[in-house]
Design a protein around this ligand. Structure first.
Ligand code: MG
Length: 385
């Protein structure tokens, strides 16, 4: 019998993390849960640890260490605290695959540590590649590490490429649902609220990515993510709006043939595939029914009104640390929007102003990324006042 696959979930209390636990629980003969971690959600982390019995847990917020330790004292579970522990726990020999499911820039250093520990990466934290794609892909190559995408669009591209890795890609099409404000004019966007922005038509996700979907920043980040995952030039990446979210993305090859990956929107599938590639495990997920979707439609994205997507393409063209600055500005702006301190349209304005204000560094080191991230955050925070 094949040995079980040891999984570490960095960010187990978020939307991807909890769905990953469901996947692992469904196949006890395939997966062995080694590590779960949370930033601040100690109560849910404790509940998950008691239910799923990992080898180790990490609570990043050190103030809650005692609470977690006390709650788990009579379980055979190691409890650690602090951000550095994230890098240490993945180093265990029993960990084969690390799912990076934390939110935002905070994913960068633990992902880098997991790569340096030569662990297979199931990448859900797209910001890591947006911020430092050049460095991450270089390190992955150096350490012989595979990065499997969990993002549904990138998983779709990856699935279309199976058996085709020797064939050059002409182009990829990332599909976008368009979010809750698809078709809105600039004028209409002026007055949208946080509650409206948090209501995504097709996907259940965390708050940050849901706002990013409404502003099209998510698709912008995915464009940059795709460049690094699949080694593409900017002109090989296109975005097409597909409101039904059934076609998860497409690849066009040099003979003009196109392959698409389809299915009902359910993140458990890409999570599971990143864990089990090249195998597929039988599931009881609801199946797509053509009669429920007699029409699948496609339209051009509106890059003028949803300028975040244009900004991402601009960052991709310029290279260096521009995408790092854009990502930092966006994290600050989305946080301010969620706290109702700025309006929806302020997000893309702050992103553009910050991206233009912070000088780009070419061939950046980790220290360069850290410095640019800090500078962009300070700049964007000022603009939120
Ligand atoms: Mg996606």
């Amino acid at each position: 019998m094949q040995e079980k696959k040891g999984i570490a979930i960095l960010g187990s209390t978020g939307s991807i993390g909890t769905q990953a636990l469901d996947v692992i629980e469904s196949y006890p003969e395939v997966f062995d849960l080694q590590v779960i971690t949370a930033n601040t959600s100690a109560d849910l982390l404790i509940e998950q640890a008691i239910k799923h019995q990992p080898n180790s847990v990490v609570i990043v917020d050190e103030h809650q260490f005692k609470k977690v330790q006390d709650a788990l004292w009579d379980h055979d579970i190691h409890v650690y605290a602090g951000v550095d522990a994230l890098s240490q726990v993945v180093d265990s020999n029993d960990v084969d695959t690390v799912l990076t499911a934390m939110v935002g820039y905070a994913g960068l250093r633990p992902t880098l540590a997991a790569i340096q520990a030569k662990k297979t990466i199931a990448l859900a934290n797209k910001e890591t590649l947006v911020v430092a794609g050049e460095l991450i892909t270089k390190e992955a190559q150096k350490n012989g590490v595979n990065i499997y995408p969990v993002d549904s669009e990138h998983s779709a591209i990856f699935q279309c490429l199976i058996g085709e890795f020797h064939n050059p890609i002409e182009k990829i099409y990332l599909t976008a649902s368009g979010g809750p404000f698809r078709g809105y004019s600039h004028e209409q966007l002026k007055h949208v609220t946080k509650a409206q922005a948090l209501k995504h038509p097709n996907w259940e996700m965390g708050a940050k990515i849901t706002i990013d979907s409404a502003s099209m920043m998510n698709k912008g980040l995915e464009v940059i993510e795709a460049k690094w995952l699949f080694h593409l030039r900017p002109d090989q990446i296109d975005v097409i709006v597909h409101p039904q979210s059934i076609v998860h993305s497409l690849v066009q090859f040099e003979d003009g043939s196109m392959k698409a990956q389809m299915g009902l929107p359910d993140m458990k599938l890409p999570i599971q595939y990143a864990f089990t590639y090249p195998d597929r495990l039988k599931t009881d997920f609801p199946r797509f029914n053509f009669m429920d979707y007699p029409e699948l439609t496609f339209e051009q994205p509106d890059l003028k009104t949803f300028s975040n997507l244009q900004l991402a393409f601009d960052a991709l063209h310029t290279g260096g640390t521009v995408a790092c600055a854009l990502n930092a500005a966006n994290e600050v702006a989305v946080d301010a929007f969620l706290k109702e301190r700025i309006s929806f349209l302020d997000i893309s304005r702050i992103n553009a102003e910050t991206m233009n204000a912070v000088a780009s560094i070419s061939q950046p080191t980790l220290e360069d990324y850290i410095a640019v991230d800090a500078e962009a955050r300070a700049h964007a925070s000022n603009l939120c006042k």
